[in-house]
Design a protein around this ligand. Structure first.
Ligand code: ADP
Ligand code: MG
Length: 511
C-alpha cells in the first residue's frame, strides 16, 4: 500500500467549482492551483472533436457549444445517464465527475507528484447512492478514494484547525456549538456540530439537494428574458447557446451585485440588443423565497440537534453564494450575532478534507490522530415490506435519520409463502412510509433457499452503516446456512467492468 508516497490530499468535488488541497510538510493545508493558475476549477466538461475539455475553457465554451457541455453533473448523480447526450454519446453523471477529478489530479501532479489517493467530500445530505457514485468517480479518475467526508464536517475541521483547536493544547477549548451554512452553486447544506476540543461531533444535518446559487442565476435569467420578450416578442431562452450566454452573464451580474448596488446585463439575440438594469434590491426581491427556504431548513436542523439559536456559538459560512450580503444579514437575524466569515468559503472544504486525509494517514501509521469525527446519517434507512393487515408496501425504518455513525441494525422478516425459493430485500432511504416516496438504495436477492421452508420462516436482515455513509447488508435465513453479504444491486450503478472501461477511456481522453 503506497500510503505515504503522496501527501495527504483532499478534494472538494463541487457542483459548480472543485478545489484540491494538500497538507504541506508541517501539516498545514494548502490549496493547489490548477494548470490555469486558479484555485477554483469549474466543474464543467465539454466534449469536442479534439477531445474532452474540463474547467474554465469548458465554462467559456457554454455560449458557443452548450449542446456539448455538461455543467453541474453532480446534480444528476444517482441517475443512470446525464440528461442530454454530449458529443453524440450518453454519459453517466459519475463519469463526468470523474473527468473533473482527472483534471484536478493531472494539474496537481507538477506540484506534488502523482495523486494516488485522496479524501473526497460530498454534501452531508447526499444519500447512499450518490456517495457510492462519488467513490466510483474517484476510481474512474485513477484515484484510490480513502474516504468520503461530508462537506460541512470538512469545513468545520478547517475552521477548528485555524482556531487552534487541533493543537495539542486544543482540548482545553470550551465546547462550541456551530452551524455550518453551506450555499454552493447547486446544493444547500446545513449542519449543526459540537466541537469539544479535538472532537468534532455532528448533531444534525439537513439540506436541499436542488437549491444553490444557480437558482439565483436562473431567476435573473427569467427576469431578463421576460423583459426581452416584452420588447421583442421572442424568448432568448429558446436558443441553447443564448441561454448559456445569458446564464453566464446573469451569474456574473449576481456576483457584481454582492459588491455594488446596481449593474447591467448586456447581450444580443437574433440581432436584437438588450441592456437590462438590475439592482441588488431587485435580485433580493426575485429570490427572497429561496433565501427563506434556507432559513427554514437551518431552523429545522437547529431544532433537530435539540438546540435553539441562543445556544449556537458561531455560524460558519461556506460556499460562494454566501458572499451575497442577504445571506449573512438573514443569519444574523436568526442567530442574533454576525456569522463567522474568517475561513475562506471556497477553500475550507478541500482544506478540511486534506486534514482528514492527514488523520487517516496518522491512524494508518499508528500515530495518535490529531482529531476525531462523529457523523450522523442524513436519511432514515429502511427496508420495504408488506404490511400484514393491508398487504400494502410499507417502509420499516432500521436506522432513523441523525443516528450517530457507524450504526448497525437488524430486523426479522418472514417469508410469505411455503416453499419460497428466493427472497428479495429492497432497501430505501427517506422519511416517508410509502416506498414510492423514498430513494431506492438497492435490492438484493437471496436465491436457492432450501426447499420446503414453511411460510413465515424468519429472515434476519442486518445493516452496517459505515462512518462515511456507505452501507453493507447481511441477510441470514433462520435455520439454514443461507446468507448474503455486500451483494447490493444498485439500480443505476456502474458494474466493475464498466468502471474499468470508463477508467481507461478517461485516461486516454485526457492524454
Ligand atoms: P459548489 O460547492 O456548489 O461548487 P461554490 O461554493 O464554489 O459552489 O459556490 C458557487 C456559487 O457561488 C455559484 O453559484 C457562484 O455564482 C456563487 N458565487 C461565487 N462568488 C459569489 C459572489 N461574490 N456573490 C454571489 N455569488 C457568488
Ligand atoms: Mg461546495
Amino acid at each position: 500500500m503506497a500510503r505515504n508516497s503522496c501527501p495527504a490530499v483532499g478534494i472538494d468535488l463541487g457542483t459548480t467549482y472543485s478545489v484540491i488541497a494538500r497538507l504541506d510538510a508541517s501539516g498545514r493545508p494548502q490549496t493547489i492551483p490548477n494548470a490555469e493558475g486558479d484555485i477554483l476549477t469549474p466543474s464543467v466538461v465539454q466534449f469536442t472533436e479534439g477531445g474532452v475539455v474540463v474547467g474554465k475553457a469548458a465554462l467559456e465554451a457554454m455560449p458557443r457549444d452548450m449542446a456539448n457541455v455538461a455543467e453541474s453533473p453532480k446534480r444528476e448523480l444517482g441517475q443512470r445517464v446525464y440528461p442530454k447526450p454530449l458529443g453524440g454519446r450518453r454519459y453517466p453523471p459519475e463519469v463526468l465527475e470523474a473527468f473533473v477529478l482527472a483534471k484536478l489530479r493531472a494539474d496537481a501532479a507538477p506540484h506534488i507528484g502523482p495523486v494516488e489517493h485522496a479524501v473526497i467530500t460530498v454534501p452531508a445530505y447526499f444519500d447512499e447512492v450518490r456517495r457510492k457514485a462519488t467513490i466510483d468517480a474517484g476510481y474512474m479518475a485513477g484515484i484510490d478514494v480513502w474516504d468520503i467526508v461530508n462537506e460541512p464536517t470538512a469545513a468545520a475541521i478547517a475552521f477548528g484547525f485555524r482556531e487552534g483547536f487541533l493543537r495539542p493544547d486544543g482540548t482545553a477549548v470550551e465546547t462550541q456549538h456551530i452551524v455550518i451554512y453551506d450555499l454552493g452553486g447547486g446544493t444547500f447544506d446545513v449542519t449543526v456540530m459540537r466541537i469539544k476540543g479535538r472532537q468534532f461531533e455532528v448533531l444534525a444535518t439537513d439540506g436541499d439537494m436542488r437549491l444553490g446559487g444557480r437558482d439565483w442565476d436562473q431567476r435573473l435569467v427569467d427576469y431578463v428574458a421576460e423583459e426581452f420578450i416584452r420588447t421583442y416578442g421572442v424568448d432568448p431562452r429558446e436558443d441553447p447557446n443564448t441561454f448559456g450566454l445569458l446564464l453566464r452573464e446573469c451569474e456574473a451580474a449576481k456576483r457584481r451585485l454582492s459588491q455594488q448596488e446596481e449593474t447591467h446585463i448586456v447581450f444580443e439575440y437574433e440581432g436584437c440588443p438588450n441592456r437590462t438594469h438590475v439592482t441588488r434590491r431587485l435580485l433580493e426581491d426575485l429570490t427572497s423565497d429561496l433565501l427563506e427556504r434556507t432559513a427554514f431548513t437551518a431552523q429545522q436542523a437547529v431544532e433537530a440537534a435539540g438546540l435553539t439559536w441562543q445556544a449556537i456559538d458561531r455560524v460558519l459560512l461556506i460556499g460562494g453564494a454566501t458572499r451575497m450580503p442577504a445571506v449573512p444579514r438573514m443569519l444574523q437575524k436568526l442567530c442574533g450575532r454576525p456569522p463567522d466569515q474568517t475561513v475562506s468559503p471556497e477553500e475550507a472544504v478541500a482544506q478540511g478534507a486534506a486534514l482528514h486525509a492527514g488523520l487517516l494517514q496518522a491512524r494508518h501509521a499508528g500515530r495518535v490522530p490529531p482529531f476525531e469525527v462523529r457523523n450522523v446519517n442524513a436519511h432514515s434507512l429502511a427496508v420495504v415490506g408488506l404490511e400484514p393487515k393491508t398487504r400494502q408496501r410499507r417502509t420499516a425504518v432500521l436506522i432513523p435519520r441523525n443516528t450517530p455513525l457507524p450504526a448497525s441494525a437488524r430486523r426479522l422478516f418472514r417469508t410469505s409463502k411455503a416453499n419460497q425459493r428466493s427472497i428479495r430485500v429492497e432497501i430505501v432511504e427517506g422519511e416517508s412510509p410509502s416506498p414510492a416516496d423514498c430513494i431506492l438504495v438497492g435490492k438484493c436477492t437471496v436465491p436457492n433457499l432450501p426447499p420446503n421452508l414453511p411460510a413465515q420462516t424468519p429472515i434476519d436482515v442486518a445493516f452496517d452503516y459505515a462512518e462515511n455513509g456507505t452501507l453493507s447488508v447481511r441477510v441470514q435465513v433462520a435455520g439454514t446456512n443461507v446468507h448474503l453479504e455486500h451483494q447490493l444491486v444498485r439500480p443505476n450503478s456502474l458494474t466493475p467492468e464498466q468502471l474499468d472501461q470508463w477508467r481507461q477511456f478517461i485516461a486516454e481522453s485526457l492524454r
